[in-house]
Design a protein around this ligand. Structure first.
Ligand SMILES: *[C@@H]1O[C@H](CO)[C@@H](O)[C@H](O)[C@H]1NC(C)=O
Ligand SMILES: *[C@@H]1O[C@H](CO)[C@@H](O)[C@H](O)[C@H]1NC(C)=O
Ligand SMILES: *[C@@H]1O[C@H](CO)[C@@H](O)[C@H](O)[C@H]1NC(C)=O
Ligand SMILES: *[C@@H]1O[C@H](CO)[C@@H](O)[C@H](O)[C@H]1NC(C)=O
Length: 383
């Protein structure tokens, strides 16, 4: 019986160690929560944020004055490492805002100065991810979106992902960034298209969807270099390939301004338009083997700035294209169901390829044959 005191001592040591552990855990928890919760008492009283916050301003034309990052950081000091979480209520959604970027500082500064106050009033929790392409390759928005998506999802459990061009900015805080059940297209009345939609199936500018849908459609194609058609390809992945419906906000809340560039991108680099058209028209099943799952890039550097997370990536277009061509043979491309769809850009590409005597995928030819009234009156948007 003389080992009883030793046993009791062991037991008390165990208790002591255990309580130390709890203490440590508790501190860690407090550390995490510190920036989100004012006091515990306050937290207990919190309820869900309103679906219709009272302090929305409605339409306000774009503030086009450009302020440097320093000024914006002190103006929007509610931001912490590119993240914001409402303090007085429990946010309904956590939204990741992905912004591909290169050489558009004026656009980015204007975006931050206009978007931050609007979504702050929307009482959502959000993280801002600016993904910048460095290196000499042509801009590839699809790869940038895929990279930003993976980065954001690895960092936090988001309910919603917003795909946001740097130069199209909502002018109305009633155009909510939160996701619905269906994918949403938010940039409906866009200044650069004379405040109309350029064609009925336009999905560019600003859109959003729950992360599981982005994964289901295999994200963006990695094949579109330079500007244009990657968003039509995304639209085709959503609607034709996966039968999803697209929602749009009411026209009276969906006005978006365009930021005018002092250094416009050179469109139509020799052969690039035809190249993009060729992928769009002749690889309509590409979603199955080209996208989020096969995206290749190098994360060169990441930095948490106050207003956004900055992710710098580089990519190798030649390699992406080589793998695409190899895989489209390997995956027995022709046995996959075709997913051709018709919109203003299909028409533009169809005509451009026809004019240069290039191949046209049979599914698109069928579509043209079947449509008694090919909507030739639709405005063509040269990307
Ligand atoms: C434009 O933005 C700046 C910086 O946030 C702000 O100080 C200024 O009042 C804004 N101008 C207008 C007309 O809202
Ligand atoms: C833009 O819209 C206005 C009003 O609807 C119209 O008068 C004008 O002609 C349009 N401009 C262009 C370039 O389409
Ligand atoms: C938008 O327009 C619809 C239909 O015209 C109207 O019912 C609604 O009240 C308007 N909403 C706003 C926010 O103005
Ligand atoms: C890009 O990929 C191609 C094909 O795989 C390769 O030959 C080339 O060396 C790569 N370029 C760079 C800069 O890594």
């Amino acid at each position: 019986m003389n080992y009883l005191p030793a046993f009791a001592m062991l037991l008390s040591i165990a208790f002591f160690l255990n309580s130390l552990l709890y203490l440590k855990d508790d501190n860690r928890y407090k550390d995490v929560m510190k920036r989100y919760v004012v006091t515990d008492k306050y937290a207990e009283e919190k309820s869900l944020c309103s679906l219709h916050p009272e302090n929305l301003h409605g339409y306000e034309s774009l503030n086009r004055s450009v302020y440097n990052l320093k000024v914006l950081q002190s103006t929007y000091n509610f931001m912490d490492q590119g993240h914001y979480r409402p303090v007085t209520c429990i946010p309904r959604q956590k939204v990741a805002i992905l912004i591909p970027y290169r050489d558009r500082d004026k656009g980015l500064l204007t975006l931050l100065n206009n978007v931050l106050p609007r979504i702050h009033r929307q009482q959502i929790e959000f993280g801002i991810y600016v993904v910048e392409q460095i290196g000499g390759e042509l801009f590839n928005k699809g790869v940038l979106f895929n990279a930003a998506f993976k980065y954001a999802m690895a960092e936090y459990t988001y309910d919603c992902v917003v795909l946001h061009d740097v130069d199209i900015i909502s002018e109305d805080d009633r155009n909510f960034f939160t996701c619905g059940y269906h994918p949403r297209h938010l940039a409906v009345k866009v200044e650069q298209f004379n405040y109309t939609i350029p064609y009925a199936d336009f999905f560019g500018g600003i859109s959003n969807m729950p992360p599981n849908i982005f994964e289901q459609i295999n994200g963006f194609s990695n094949q579109y270099e330079d500007w244009g058609l990657e968003d039509d390809d995304l639209y085709r992945r959503l609607t034709v390939a996966h039968g999803l419906k697209i929602e749009r906000p009411l026209a009276n809340v969906s006005t978006c301004a365009s930021v005018h560039h002092s250094r416009p991108h050179k469109h139509d680099k020799k052969g690039k338009l035809l190249d993009r058209c060729n992928i769009y028209i002749n690889r309509p099943r590409g979603w199955a083997f080209d996208g989020l799952s096969t995206s290749q890039y190098i994360v060169e550097k990441t930095e948490n700035k106050r207003l956004f997370k900055h992710i710098l990536i580089s990519l190798n277009t030649t390699k992406l294209r080589k793998d695409f061509v190899t895989r489209s043979r390997f995956e027995d491309y022709d046995s996959l169901p075709p997913v051709a769809s018709w919109n203003g850009n299909t028409e533009m590409c169809y005509l451009a390829l026809k004019l240069s005597n290039k191949k046209i995928d049979q599914s698109v030819e069928d579509l043209v044959q079947k449509s008694v009234n090919v909507p030739s009156h639709r405005r063509i948007c040269i990307p």
